[in-house]
Design a protein around this ligand. Structure first.
Ligand SMILES: [Zn+2]
Ligand SMILES: [Zn+2]
Length: 149
């Protein structure tokens, strides 16, 4: 894990609230689906073990955005809050959209994914690893000082 701890978050209007334990990985995604569903030129995500992710309040609207993944939106205010595999057996993480986490300032992105899809004018001046597609190297193998197995 990159971070241990309990984190909570929710949508803009407060109808939906969630909680998760621990952060396996965190980064930026430059893919066109993240751009379109968020309205932003790049999004930041936090991957947490699905077994410890809970909806505390409200019922999100789940929208399938590809053959394998669905995204959770608030049907009151429209906030995009997380992405998960439609079949829970396919992926054991939930990808929480970073800006909806209450203590977002405590979780720093560690990698860029889908870097080949980035907008050509976007300049992000960091030294984080850049994965060309949606499969970043395992965080334990990137030499990140935060990693603890
Ligand atoms: Zn809402
Ligand atoms: Zn994406």
């Amino acid at each position: 894990m990159l971070y241990r701890g309990t984190y909570e978050g929710g949508c803009f209007c407060g109808a939906i609230r969630y909680r998760f334990e621990d952060v396996f990985d965190a980064g930026y995604c430059h893919c066109s689906i993240c751009r379109r569903t968020s309205g932003a030129p790049v999004i930041a995500w936090v991957n947490s073990p699905r077994a410890a992710f809970r909806v505390l309040q409200g019922s999100p609207r789940l929208v399938a955005t590809s053959a394998d993944f669905q995204r959770a939106f608030c049907d009151q205010c429209g906030t995009l809050m997380w992405t998960e595999s439609i079949d829970p057996a396919r992926w054991d993480m939930v990808s929480v959209h970073h800006g909806t986490i209450d203590r977002a300032a405590e979780i720093e992105p560690a990698v860029h994914i889908c870097h080949d899809d980035r907008l050509p004018w976007l300049r992000i001046d960091d030294v984080l690893p850049r994965a060309p597609d949606s499969r970043p190297p395992h965080p334990g193998g990137r030499g990140d000082p935060r990693w603890q197995a």
